[in-house]
Design a protein around this ligand. Sequence first.
Ligand code: SAH
Length: 200
Amino acid sequence: MNILQPWNVFFLVGFVVYSWIRHVFIERTRGEKKAVSRFDGLEKILLTAMVPPILLLPVLYLFTPLLAFADYRLPMFVPWIGAATMVASLWLFWRSHTDLGQNWSVSIELRENHELVTQGVYRYVRHPMYASIWLWGVAQGMLLQNWFAGWSVLPAFAAMYLLRTPREEQLMCELFGEEYREYMRRTGRLCPRIRIKRAD
Ligand code: SAH
């Protein structure tokens, strides 16, 4: 079974940490009432489409021989980079949950008394949590040496990111108006905006 290989064990440990972080923040925000929810049909499809790549395919790959036809070998150094990427992803995932605090939700939603967070990692980028999921997708591909279990997070999350982010930003603009638009001007979506200071 694939689970006996060290990089696969590493992936599994990372996955447990990832799920634990989510669980902690679902519990912490459980009591927070929602003022606006855009948890519609599209959101349900996008979230459901993330379950096979994040959970189902890795489980099939790790614990059954069903996906063995799509196994392949990567050079030795690649999983090392994957492991470092996973650690970075988990750190950013945890930090962005912590910084959002009670304002976090799994879908596009606003809480009662929702506050605009522009501190911590949100000081530099508007979507650090999505950045952490991109990193996770790359890490999974570098650790699980199977075309389906390894690389399927990236297309599924690309769809979610491209369709959700503009809607989320629009909702934030509706609530916070000029404050959010100004925040957009000084931050990047996934990477910090580089400012070149003029000499004059
Ligand atoms: N897109 C962000 C947050 C994902 S969680 C990220 O990638 O880090 C999704 C919820 O977070 C959204 O419904 C929105 O209400 C909330 N949110 C997003 N950015 C926020 C911010 N800067 N301050 C407060 N809430 C925010």
